[in-house]
Design a binder for this molecule. Structure first.
Ligand code: GAR
Length: 193
């Protein structure tokens, strides 16, 4: 049976859109029941509406948890959700929340992962999809991909390449979850064939 998923986002929503499109094309077999957005001015809201996906404007965790329970959500996908979830919420939904971060974790955690890597001057950065645990940008890593930083890159050209990788890697990680191919041993994620 199809699993139910919900996306949480606060911003532009390009990852949300990439995921929603893969579902629409039938490449990700699941039902995207709603978007949780905590920012009434976020671009993601219109993207969801255009795709006919229900938008819940909500920042209260207790009410968010009620929606998750009522709709029997199997997987919560954080896609640029800029609110820190409480330890209680994370414990309650353990191993059912995943996040994407625009750096090669554990490097450059935090709000501006792309900029931190660019300003630091690393030659290689990337993207990480991971399970969410009680620490920020810390949980078990599902997939990573690298992005080279060239000397003529600007923060914008780098951002563009990072996002392109994000839009490819996030649906891939979600697919592995939906197909039951991910298992956890301590903080290591095993991917089965
Ligand atoms: C993405 O780059 C995502 O990796 C980042 O927010 C952006 C959202 O873009 N998330 C974090 O930095 C989490 N620490 P989008 O709204 O276009 O999907």
């Amino acid at each position: 049976m199809n699993k139910n998923i919900a996306v949480f986002a606060s911003g532009r929503g390009s990852n949300f859109l990439a995921i929603a499109k893969e579902i629409k094309k039938g490449k990700l077999k699941c039902s995207l029941l709603f978007l949780i957005c905590d920012n009434p001015r976020a671009g993601v809201i219109n993207k969801a509406k255009k795709m006919g996906i229900k938008v819940i404007l909500e920042s209260n965790e207790t009410r968010i948890a009620e929606h998750i329970k009522r709709e029997k959500i199997n997987l919560i996908i954080l896609a640029g959700f800029m609110r820190i979830l409480s330890k209680e919420f994370i414990r309650k939904h353990q191993n059912r929340i995943i996040n994407i971060h625009p750096s090669l974790l554990p490097s450059f955690k935090g709000k501006w992962g792309i900029k931190y890597a660019f300003d630091y001057g690393v030659r290689v950065t990337g993207v990480t999809v991971h399970f969410v645990d009680e620490l920020i940008d810390h949980g078990p890593i599902i997939l990573q991909d690298t992005v080279k930083i060239n000397t003529n890159d600007t923060i914008h050209s780098l951002e563009e390449r990072i996002h392109r990788i994000e839009h490819r890697i996030y649906p891939k990680a979600i697919k592995l979850f939906l197909e039951g191919k991910l298992s956890l041993k301590g903080r290591k994620v095993k991917i089965s064939n």
